[in-house]
Design a protein around this ligand. Structure first.
Ligand SMILES: [Zn+2]
Length: 500
């Protein structure tokens, strides 16, 4: 899927590396000594060393053994099946937090070393283009975060969950950690007595032996690494049915089941509401994972969205608001998960749409006016663009704070773009576009340019000037139909909660 990106970037990187090394490396080349291992990336503007060139992962098979303590590393085995897309003497994986014990490539032991946040593997023989690649890494997976580095495993009061967006899956397991390389996933999680493990996808089997249980789950659709989820905890799994018999399974702390039930029972109706807006739910199952942890965000992990328990128990959040946040994460299953961003600059496609449906749901079910919300967003939009960049060209995250990419310019600032688009092309064409978008790109990755093209096709006219201003401009264009709306310097609303 990501060939166009990969075929361009690695060449550019090689050229740059060659340039930097040109003076010093002459004697090394003369002596036939290979260049030292270096961290590679696929050229994402916002995360230059995420992902790796030269292969396309088809599947991950991940095994974790939880020791019953959140302060000890999990023993882990990561097996990757991939297709080699250009001749490789070395294989770079992203992996930055854990100890690697051994690496096998196509069944034979391989040497390995670390370079930056990459695990650099040298197989016995170079790998030709088009060949199948099987990598097995035995390693630890450490739930204790490095200082100043968020994401990966999140330690809860009763176990662990994952929050890998945007660049933290490789703190948990070796991978090609970029959403442009989606793959199938199988998880095997071994826990001591009293714990339950749940992962993305559907259960395959549960094996009990010697006081331990191994839980196996498998996805039925490709998934980006940032959307992987493994919950280990003293939890219960609650089963119910959604539209067309869709299996819904929620994972909640056993003690909180009764408290959370009123929120959980709304999911089926919310799925039906989304299906009416954009079409069939894209995956094999859905559910809410509610964790006893202080995350400060929710996260749309595929088929099993992560929520912080406090969202449902803090008295400061009104009921309509909590429901709209649940809807926000649900809508990401279409926008962000099934159709995932090709690069992180396409993040507005995730968050703009999720915010759009969050606001639309609040309007239709709780009478919170979309127009008023968008008028307020319009007033702040210039400020958001100055702070975070235009919606489709976000500024880089601050150093050491990768999550700071998630600024208002890609949430309400991007929902505002969709509002402007609906004003511009009319409600019927806009709704047609939304349904077409998730149908055409289902289970794939897509770019901002893809969205612009499809919108022009559906509208029957060239919208590139419209999108140039709304998605790429430093200033917010006039709102179609609302010439009186003004954007200018203003204070951001206080107490706004971050939504994943
Ligand atoms: Zn979101």
């Amino acid at each position: 899927m990501p060939h166009s990106l990969r075929s361009v970037i690695p060449r550019a990187r090689r050229a740059r590396a060659a340039l930097l090394a040109s003076a010093a490396s002459v004697c090394l080349i003369a002596a036939g000594v290979p260049s030292p291992p270096e961290p590679l990336g696929i050229g994402d503007r916002l995360f230059p060393t995420l992902g790796n060139p030269g292969y396309d992962v088809r599947s991950y098979d991940l095994s974790f053994v939880y020791p019953g303590s959140n302060s000890k590393p999990l023993a882990a085995v990561t097996s990757i099946r991939a297709l080699v897309t250009e001749p490789l003497k070395r294989i770079n994986l992203d992996f930055a937090h854990g100890t690697v014990q051994s690496v096998d490539v196509n069944g034979a032991p391989a040497t390995f070393t670390s370079a930056g946040e990459d695990l650099v593997i040298t197989p016995n023989t170079p790998l030709p283009k088009g060949s199948a690649l099987r990598i097995t890494v035995r390693h630890t997976s450490d739930p204790v975060a490095e200082k100043g580095r968020d994401g990966g495993w999140v330690r809860t009061e009763d176990g662990l969950v994952m929050a890998n967006q945007a660049d933290a899956a490789h703190l948990v397991f070796p991978c090609n950690d970029h959403p442009s390389d989606k793959a199938m996933f199988t998880f095997h999680v071994t826990t001591p007595e009293g714990y339950t493990a749940v992962a993305n996808g559907v259960p395959v089997r549960t094996e009990r032996a010697g006081g331990e249980t191994t839980w196996t789950y498998r996805t039925e659709h490709p998934m980006a690494t940032e959307l992987a989820q493994v919950s280990i905890g003293r939890t219960v799994v609650l089963h119910r049915r959604g539209p067309h018999g869709l299996p819904i399974r929620d994972v909640v702390p056993a003690e909180d089941q009764a408290l959370l039930e009123p929120w959980l029972e709304k999911t089926a109706d919310q799925i039906a509401w989304m299906e009416k807006k954009v079409g069939p739910y894209p995956f094999e199952t859905y559910g809410m994972l509610i964790a006893r942890a202080q995350t400060g965000f929710e996260l749309e992990t595929q088929t099993l969205s992560l929520f912080e328990k406090e969202l449902f128990t803090a008295s400061s959040y009104p009921k309509w608001y909590v429901e709209s946040i649940a809807l926000h994460e649900l809508s990401h299953q279409w926008f962000g998960d099934s159709v995932s961003p090709r690069t992180w600059s396409d993040l507005w496609l995730n968050e703009g749409h999720a915010t759009w449906y969050e606001a639309l749901y609040a309007e239709e079910t709780a009478h919170h006016s979309m127009e008023q919300r968008m008028k307020a967003a319009y007033a702040l939009s210039d400020r958001w663009r100055a702070l975070g960049g235009p919606p489709a060209e976000p500024k880089e995250p601050e150093a050491g704070q990768k999550i700071s990419l998630f600024r208002p310019n890609v949430y309400d600032g991007a929902a505002l773009v969709l509002y402007a688009l609906r004003q511009e092309i009319g409600t019927a064409a806009f709704e047609h576009l939304e349904r077409a978008w998730v149908a055409v790109h289902r289970d794939r990755t897509a770019t901002t340019a893809d969205f612009e093209r499809l919108a022009s096709t559906v509208a029957g006219r060239d919208l590139s000037a419209f999108f140039q201003g709304w998605l790429h401009g430093q200033k917010t264009p006039p709102m179609p139909g609302h010439p009186d709306w003004a954007s200018g310097p203003a204070e951001a609303p206080a107490g706004a909660r971050q939504v994943g």
